[in-house]
Design a protein around this ligand. Sequence first.
Ligand code: SAM
Length: 257
Amino acid sequence: MPEHPRSKDSSEWVPFGSHSVPADTKSQLVSAVFDSVADRYDLMNDVMSGGIHRIWKRRLIDELAVRPPMRLLDIAGGTGDLALRARKRFAAHKTEITVCDINVKMLGVGRRRARDQGHLHGINWLCADGEALPLPDRYFDSCTLAFGLRNMTHIERALEEICRVMQPGGRFLCLEFTPDIAPPLRGLYEAYSLRIIPKIGDWLTGDAEAYRYLVESIRRFPQATHVARLLGKAGFAGVRVNALSAGVASLHSAWRV
Ligand code: SAM
């Protein structure tokens, strides 16, 4: 984890892990987390979720497949895990995929991974902030966001940007961990996430603190029903929420009006 960056304007504070930080320093802190874990990020996802994240991502792609996208934007796409799954699933369609992430190192891992899997074309890699996308209005007909929303400084701004770059009638799918786990599992889940995940993170990436941040950021993320309301405010309609694995994660789906 980095030295605490200096704030130029500390009038607005936002959550970062278990504490709050000046809004203008959060993205630098988040970047440092992903710089530190990028090389082992995918392995860590498999180990700490026991592979379950693959089932959730498959579910998201299944929903997209109902109307295969022509132009797909994957925001906070990191190492391209979702994009590569979409690329394989929609191989028979003419799908143009753009992976956008603020972190160069995560994108670099993704680019190498795509090349190693033989996907030299068909995926654009864009390093940009999801809250200020350098992309035209109404361009994409589908947009996905997996485990990225809670890392944004201003969730509302990110959702408005996604809405802006989507065509009316376009589909948005958002996968995120939820803090509201059903009681029978809650104790077990808390013990696992607070005690075990940072230890696995330390073992595999050498950075327990990064995984402590990830766990705490889930605990402070809004409830799925609140995220659904924010989607409506940002300009989406027909918002549906599906709880996955007893509410450990949720999949929001919505249409751009
Ligand atoms: N979507 C990928 C997946 O499911 O494996 C990666 C998720 S990872 C937990 C979160 C990603 O969000 C990181 O790659 C991070 O760099 C990215 N991120 C954080 N803040 C961002 C922002 N403001 N704009 C774009 N990407 C951001």
